[in-house]
Ligand binder design. Structure first.
Ligand code: PLP
Length: 230
């Protein structure tokens, strides 16, 4: 799959250039390859290129694929998780980007304790305030912070995630990412026992802006698989 290898090379070049523009070290940024639309065959070719951090948005598909692919894959769940799927998905994930409510966090707390698992967790924030988006509002997260810190699963919370609005207005996109970084700063300032170090933001259309605004995890799908058989 030279197309896939070419795409990956180009993406890494763009990550490097974005880092250069804002004085960051490219090793600070982890690429999560979002495989939700790609057939298993292509995903295997991706693994052959050395990309082992994969993201799926549906818990069911993540579990199925985790069972079919080598254990060296680090699986990231990036899409909505219902409480009744937590038990099934938890044994397979290295990170969940999409903890979008206190109810879900409590469920993960309970199941993680029971199964003695410690997946890394990101809290999803609806920075842009669009009704269609899930996630904590910034105000809600600030209000709930003491409750979050009280759960034993607080140890696994390592950052925040957001999705920018779908718009051509790059200023709105940048404001959204900058807003997430500002929320991270505020929460870290008042935290007793949580340090938020990760910012998961940036997709195929906006990852360079996200890097400039401090992303540590970027979630790329379509740009990696462009031109590959569907
Ligand atoms: C699908 C998806 C992505 C990847 O989107 P592309 O635009 O294809 O890069 C990233 N994050 C989330 C939450 C997604 O659902």
């Amino acid at each position: 799959m030279t197309q896939l290898a070419d795409n990956l090379t180009r993406v890494h070049q763009r990550i490097d250039s974005a880092c250069q523009r804002c004085g960051r070290d490219p090793t600070e940024i982890r690429l999560v390859a979002v495989t939700k639309y790609s057939p298993l065959k292509i995903v295997r070719s991706l693994l052959d290129t050395g990309q082992h951090v994969l993201g799926e948005s549906r818990p069911q598909q993540l579990v199925e694929r985790a069972e079919q692919l080598p254990e060296t894959v680090e699986w990231h769940l990036i899409g909505q998780l219902q409480r009744n799927k937590v038990r099934a998905v938890l044994p397979h994930v290295g990170m969940i980007h999409s903890i979008d409510s206190l109810k879900l966090l409590r469920k993960v707390d309970e199941v993680a304790k029971e199964l003695q698992l410690a997946p890394a967790l990101l809290l999803q924030v609806n920075v842009s305030g669009e009704a269609s988006k899930s996630g904590f509002t910034p105000e809600e997260l600030q209000r709930s912070w003491a409750d979050v810190e009280d759960l034993s699963v607080h140890r696994n919370i390592c950052g925040l995630m957001t999705m920018a609005p779908l718009t051509d207005d790059v200023h709105l996109v940048r404001d959204c990412f900058a807003g997430l970084r500002e929320l991270q700063r505020q929460l870290n300032e008042c935290s007793k026992n949580i340090q938020l170090t990760e910012l998961s933001m940036g997709m195929s259309g906006d990852f360079e802006i996200a890097i400039e605004e401090g992303a540590t995890l970027i979630r790329l799908g379509s740009i990696l698989f462009d031109g590959c058989p569907a």
